[in-house]
Design a protein around this ligand. Structure first.
Ligand code: 4GP
Length: 836
């Protein structure tokens, strides 16, 4: 066929005088209004009588996406032309949160969009609430990945986030009679305007079967993998827009599909239904996100998910490399691949397989490329969270990978023996294969061996990593280790979440602070200005009112915005010690009952967070919080001075209401257990004071803000280890503290469970006889520290001063700082300016 004739099409002129180009890319009110109207008509297609609020959300989202599309294509072209090295962030989770508000902010068109909708008779704030957030993550690590994508685009670094398009994200939490109920998260139910399906971008992923050896044309021995099943992964792209720049990067999520033609056997024998069943099996791979803190769940499928997305991603990188005409030998010069925890660490083996079996590189060359390509971030020291896979299961799913692991291990252990000769105990400890008990593949070891850079996520955590779980690896390769303290994006978690404070900061500092958080230091001088403090307080109180309205609407609990808002929101986990918080609440309750005249600062205790569906103790803790809330909130002796509320379904959307409303941020994990925490940073940014242990990034928060502006309590990591070594007896804590004893007895009596003494027995027994996270050991110090908080709250002016200083000194915790460190010290990735 001859090529199509080139003709020039003039942009059509619409009735409003706007050209088509404007309607798709114009940033003014008229263009946006026309774009929304067009999308309502041509993309959605409901007649006016049937047009819903959700339709307006969808139409505006599409209009915004058009604007991003323009920037996105320019970014891809620029990166291609400049041949820049690209960051590939491999993560099983991306907890992005609602897109619309953030994209309007990053594009700088919030006011225009608001005005355009107003002209159409709609309120932007109400339209924003229609968005169903993509909950493709459990918590910390998934949200960190999302913050990092925001910073990568804002800092103009070429980057792709590679992950999984789960059909069902993290469950929605409802509270039924105080208990958590899990509801399937059907986030794709009404479509997803942010993603662009790319059915032609597809890769094939093998599963199971066996391997065969053969000799190639050149006489070299090679291996062929004869799989039992082939699954097809197709790409869904979500553009991620930088703030105040044209750069717009890609989040590429893979979705599993059956390979129709693969099972011809079944088709040929007429077994159509068998073939359809296989199709269903293939498609379950990306069905659902698994919880991160249930050690045994969905093992087989989870490994399948990990391999699936990692294989698609690496194949995709190789494919793009060859499109660019770059030889495969230069892979590591073009890609910096970061492993977000061990979930994608099978990538080390998969890249070896692709290079050696498929591209026929020799082993040493392939290994050098692999190690130079990968970096590994560890997010937890909890032993039960360190991934291992039983050998038989691994072999059944990935037979070729197990062979490659054996070969990597053989060479690696030779190196260990050469360095530490005679130390066979060390060899056994470091091996990629665990041999004590059931044999298994140790994914953290694989990640450490296959990466040139290994990092923890806060200074303390990185030190503990070197001293505990990865000690042997540190002794082997000290130069691979570094710390990269986490950060959070100030765009979403300050500018977007706290518009009142944003306006005040703009007035005080100009408008550059969201990309230059060190400027916040200039606020320090304002902390002594009484008029500024008044404005600061008014903003906080308005935020508290906004949250109180939300809580009233969702729980029927009415909170007074003039009270101290004391907030703990995060996953429910014993090491995070929500139950320590509850013990303090019950202590205060008893004190008030016994001494009605007691002078306390009135407080609202607010909780939020999901428990893994199979985590018994965490689910009891939710019930306990709600039981205590029910009793206290209904008790007229105390409910004018204290109340308790559990916000259901903690997610990114309601987090944006919660952080700005906090006076006090609860960061009370057992020292040595919380790798970093990022909620602690979001609270600080919004001017909350922290009550916390010396754990994770709390240590650095306290360093930045000053000890006098931080409520510190509790055992240190060394003390925790010491006590555990000596033999910890929680009963001793109870024997020596009659108030603690009474509190535990009250809980155990059924007082907070409508007389049913069974409900909390397991919690009380666990604390009394085991208490693995030293709740009772820290109880007295915590209660005493809370008294200091109450006293400090009485001095409003000084509290406000401290609040201002918290925001003023939070600059270090911007994800921009963290991403600069990764780019400079691990990835070696330079900015690329995108012009339109
Ligand atoms: C979390 C850690 O528990 C948290 O301390 C840290 O701030 C966050 O990662 C980001 O680094 N870990 C997880 C997980 O979310 O699944 O292990």
């Amino acid at each position: 066929k001859p090529p199509p004739k080139q003709i020039k099409i003039a942009p059509p002129v619409t009735t409003t005088g706007l050209t088509d180009v404007d309607v798709r890319s114009g940033m003014q009110v008229a263009a946006l209004k026309q774009a929304v109207t067009d999308h309502l008509r041509y993309s959605i297609g409901h007649p006016p009588v049937a047009t819903t609020l959700h339709d307006y959300y969808y139409a505006l989202a599409l209009a915004v996406r058009d604007r991003m599309q323009h920037r996105w294509l320019n970014t891809l072209q620029t990166n291609f032309d400049l041949k820049r090295k690209i960051v590939c962030y491999l993560s099983a989770e991306f907890l992005m949160g609602p897109h619309l508000g953030n994209n309007l902010l990053n594009l700088g068109i919030e006011q225009e969009a608001r005005a355009a909708l107003a002209e159409l008779g709609q309120d932007l704030d109400i339209v924003l609430e229609c968005e169903e957030e993509p909950g493709l993550g459990n918590g910390g690590l998934g949200r960190l990945a999302a913050c990092y994508l925001d910073s990568l685009a804002t800092l103009q670094r070429p980057a792709v986030g590679y992950g999984i398009r789960y059909e069902f994200g993290i469950f929605d939490q409802e509270i039924h009679d105080g208990w958590q109920a899990e509801i399937t998260d059907k986030w794709l139910r009404y479509g997803n305007p942010w993603e662009i399906a790319k059915p032609e971008v597809a890769h094939y992923v093998n599963w199971g079967g066996h391997t065969e050896y053969y000799r190639d044309e050149a006489g070299n021995d090679r291996v062929r993998w004869m799989p039992y099943r082939v699954v097809k992964g197709t790409a869904y792209d979500t553009p991620t827009q930088g703030y105040g720049v044209n750069n717009c990067n890609t989040l590429r999520l893979w979705s599993a599909e059956a390979v129709e033609s693969f099972d011809f056997q079944a088709f040929n024998t007429g077994d159509y239904y068998q073939a359809v069943e296989d199709k269903i099996i293939s498609e379950t791979v990306t069905k659902v996100l698994y919880p991160n803190d249930e050690p045994q769940i969905g093992k087989h499928l989870r490994l399948g998910q990990q391999y699936f997305f990692v294989s698609c991603s690496l194949q995709n990188m190789l494919h793009i490399l060859s499109l660019s005409g770059v030889p495969v030998e230069n892979f590591a010069e073009r890609y910096a691949v970061q492993l977000n925890d061990t979930h994608p660490s099978i990538g080390v083996v998969e890249l070896m397989r692709l290079l050696v079996d498929e591209r026929r590189l020799d082993w040493d060359k392939a290994w050098a490329i692999t190690v130079q390509t990968f970096g590994y971030t560890n997010h937890t020291l909890l032993p039960e969270a360190l991934e291992t896979w039983p050998l038989p299961m691994f072999q059944a799913l990935l037979p070729r990978h197990l062979e490659i692991i054996y070969e990597i291990n053989r060479r690696f252990l030779d190196e260990v023996r050469a360095r530490f000769s005679g130390d066979e105990a060390r060899v056994a400890r470091m091996s990629l294969i665990g041999e004590e008990g059931e044999k298994c593949v140790r994914m953290a070891h694989l990640a450490a061996v296959g990466s040139h850079a290994i990092n923890g996520v806060a200074a303390l955590h990185s030190d503990l990593l070197k001293a505990s779980v990865l000690k042997d690896f540190y002794e082997m390769w000290p130069e691979r280790f570094s710390n990269k303290t986490n950060g959070v994006t100030p765009r979403r978690f300050l500018a977007l979440a706290n518009p009142g404070l944003r306006a005040l900061l703009n007035e005080a500092l100009g408008e550059q602070w969201p990309v230059n958080m060190e400027q916040l230091h200039q606020l320090e001088a304002k902390a002594d200005d009484a008029a500024f403090r008044r404005k600061w307080r008014a903003i906080k109180e308005a935020n508290k009112k906004r949250l109180a309205d939300y809580i009233l609407a969702h729980t029927d609990i009415e909170l007074d915005p003039t009270w101290l808002f004391d907030i703990q929101v995060k996953r429910i986990h014993e090491y995070k010690r929500q139950h320590l918080n509850v013990l303090h609440i019950v202590t205060l309750y008893r004190r008030l009952k016994e001494n009605p005249g007691l002078n306390i600062s009135p407080r609202a205790f607010i909780f939020g967070g999901k428990a893994a569906p199979g985590y018994f103790m965490a689910k009891r803790i939710i019930k306990l919080i709600n039981g205590v809330a029910e009793t206290i909130n209904a008790d007229p002796d105390v409910n004018t001075r204290m109340k308790v509320a559990f916000v259901p379904n903690f997610n990114v959307q309601n987090a944006q209401l919660i952080y700005p409303a906090a006076d006090l941020s609860e960061q009370i994990s057992t020292a040595g257990k919380e790798a970093s925490g990022t909620g602690n940073m979001k609270f600080m940014l919004n001017g909350a004071l922290t009550i916390g242990t010396l754990d994770g990034a709390n240590v650095e928060i306290r360093e930045e803000v000053g000890a006098e502006n931080f409520f510190l309590f509790g055992l240190t990591t060394e003390e925790v280890e010491h006590i555990k070594r000596e033999g910890y007896h929680p009963t001793d804590c109870i024997a020596s503290n009659s108030e603690l004893r009474t509190v535990l007895e009250l809980i155990n009596s059924g007082y907070f469970s409508r007389g049913d003494a069974e409900v909390f027995r397991s919690v009380v027994n666990n604390l009394t006889y085991s208490d693995p996270f030293l709740v009772l050991a820290d109880y007295a110090a915590y209660v005493a520290c809370q008294e200091r908080v109450s006293a400090a709250w009485q001095d409003k002016e000084n509290w406000t001063r401290m609040s201002i200083l918290n925001t003023a000194r939070s600059g270090k915790f911007s994800s921009d700082r963290a991403i600069r460190e990764y780019c400079d010290e691990i990835w070696n990735v330079q900015p690329a300016t995108v012009k339109l």
